[in-house]
Design a protein around this ligand. Structure first.
Ligand SMILES: Cc1cc2nc3c(=O)[nH]c(=O)nc-3n(C[C@H](O)[C@H](O)[C@H](O)COP(=O)(O)O)c2cc1C
Length: 218
């Protein structure tokens, strides 16, 4: 394998740091023996054909995304479906890899999303290489220097090393950050309250149900 295209697919705006882009840069550094390029899906949507040409020229794709409602973000689904249409059975891809990170502290919940990437690989006539499934995504950026995150990063890097080695796998490396759960939820709740404040809302208003007829807070 010579050329790898890394697809970073967080729907967040490029001004917001995303775990997916952080992992994409980490993968590019770790896999420096390969020629690689990062495509940010949100930006690529402006000119998908250019992105698709780049992807088509690669020996492998590494698709990195957050779990959204137990699946791929809609933006990425659209992008991959359009790519499958673009190559129309004429792809020369050898391998498709995936890295998915979710918010909850359980990497198992990413499995369904990885199956969707496997199905995508089948549809474009490629082989699924392997998946890296990471839990507690938010903590990877906000608690980088803790021993829990450092250990997880080490394991992610070891899993990445199997890519250029072209090891036959088809499996999933499940990476549990193992951050203390109570602390994790405390930090998560604090984050939601801060986001509410930034948007001029109070804590109570976080429980609003805007799509219900009365939309009130109980
Ligand atoms: C709209 C939306 C849906 C989400 N759905 C899930 C989910 O189903 N399960 C989960 O564990 N995390 C879910 N998350 C959390 C993200 O997967 C998590 O925060 C991830 O680390 C974000 O990665 P990013 O920075 O690359 O976007 C969701 C987040 C958003 C914004």
């Amino acid at each position: 394998m010579k050329k790898l295209v890394i697809i970073s697919a967080s729907p967040k705006s490029s001004n917001d740091p995303s775990v997916s882009m952080y992992l994409a840069r980490m993968a590019r550094n770790r896999l420096s023996s390969l020629e690689s390029e990062i495509i940010n899906v949100r930006q690529a949507l402006q000119n998908s054909v250019l992105a698709f040409e780049t992807m088509k020229s690669a020996d492998a794709l590494l698709i990195i995304f957050p779990l959204y409602f137990y699946c791929l973000p809609g933006m990425l689904m659209r992008f991959l479906e359009d790519y499958a249409g673009f190559i129309g059975g004429n792809g020369n891809l050898q391998k498709v890899y995936a890295i998915v990170n979710c918010g909850f502290p359980d990497p198992e919940i990413n499995n369904e999303a990885i199956s969707v990437v496997k199905s995508f690989a089948r549809h474009i006539g490629a082989e699924f290489g392997s998946g890296i499934s990471i839990d507690s995504g938010g903590i990877l950026l906000s608690a980088k220097d803790t021993p829990f995150v450092k250990k997880a990063i080490k394991t992610i890097n070891e899993a990445l090393d199997t890519i250029p080695a072209n090891q036959p796998s088809g499996g999933v490396f499940a990476i549990n950050v193992n951050f203390p759960k109570r602390l994790y939820f405390l930090a998560g709740n604090f984050g939601w309250r801060q986001a509410a404040k930034k948007n001029g809302l109070n804590k109570r208003e976080l429980y609003k149900k805007p799509y219900q007829s009365n939309g009130s807070v109980r």
